[in-house]
Design a protein around this ligand. Sequence first.
Ligand SMILES: Cc1cc2nc3c(=O)[nH]c(=O)nc-3n(C[C@H](O)[C@H](O)[C@H](O)COP(=O)(O)OP(=O)(O)OC[C@H]3O[C@@H](n4cnc5c(N)ncnc54)[C@H](O)[C@@H]3O)c2cc1C
Length: 353
Amino acid sequence: MIRTLQTTVRKVVHHGRPPIGGLRVTPKPSHLMSSATFSTRIQHADEKVADASTRQQQQQQEQQQIEPALLNKIINSAHHIHDIQKADRLLVVGSGVAGCSAALVAAETYQIPVTLLFAGNVPEDCNSFWAQGGIIYRNYDPVSGDSAKLLAQDIHRAGAGLCEDDAVQKVSEEGPDRVRQLLLDESLKKVYAQVPFDKRDDGTLSLCLEASHAAPRILHRADHTGRTITQHITQAAARHPLISMQPHTIVTDLVVKDDVCLGVATLNRFSGEQTLEYACRGTVLASGGLGGIYEHSTNPAGFNALGSSVALAYRAGAKLKDLEERDLNIIIYRSCSVVSLIKGLKCLLKYEN
Ligand SMILES: Cc1cc2nc3c(=O)[nH]c(=O)nc-3n(C[C@H](O)[C@H](O)[C@H](O)COP(=O)(O)OP(=O)(O)OC[C@H]3O[C@@H](n4cnc5c(N)ncnc54)[C@H](O)[C@@H]3O)c2cc1C
């Protein structure tokens, strides 16, 4: 066999002339190849390789463009289990403040590769962009009397006793630290966002008194706090080397097998292409609230606040509760946010008194 191959090779290389020394071949005229034929054959061989590679790519694409009905078959096939094992990443659904925060912490603190999927064309297309008033922090001025305990009391009062204490304690105790880490990043690496919140003349943060808060502890940036926060935190996520952004991707289902979420099924808003995205490190649903399903709301147009997280989790078999508890900020009457108005008036009255 080797001899035959060598013979053929030498025939080709020497264009029919017997090599000097070594294997002597007596070429038959019919077996000889002109240099033109040789080039053509090489070209054909190249084309075959290119065809095979294109076919392989097409097959890979076809394998990803699976109808939902075939989902179970795919999950059960060895090929896709291999794919699942390869998908060493965390999937985060949603590019708002919640999604970007989760992605940044996973990527920076835990060094996990993250794919951030979102329905909009740009990550700023989210509800977070439209938040106006500000974000809760803590007043570290001893004169203010602010503390985690005081914030917890305020949340319980505002929640009329319906809030779960575990969640309230977590937000009260850890919330300000997370805000400082994610939005007021003063570390040398500057991985997270450095949001230019309003400051006082002396350079300290300007904290506002709002709604049911007993101390001024709201960070703000004029009346477009959400816009400024969103711009900075989406940029921080976009520049992180372990985070990749995937726009105009609507997540239509969670891929679940044996009660384990393996990833998500997606629909490209423009091409209509359906794909499966697997993730071994888990899937985070940060796709916002559901205020947009009301006839009147302050939520922006587009794929925002349509209850995706709730619907996706429900379809995957998750148990849901307390769905009637909605943030009243979303409900508006005659273009005027009643709650925002009350918040503002209360704040004003407290200052004036
Ligand atoms: C007018 C207004 C004023 C507000 N003012 C304040 C305020 O002053 N202070 C305050 O704390 N809060 C305020 N809020 C509420 C606050 O904006 C929201 O609670 C917060 O932004 C929610 O952030 P999020 O990251 O959870 O969701 P969002 O910012 O809504 O992000 C959701 C993301 O999920 C994506 N998504 C949704 N469904 C899918 C899907 N199926 N597939 C893929 N991607 C999907 C969207 O494209 C988006 O990227 C206000 C809200 C509004 C509307």
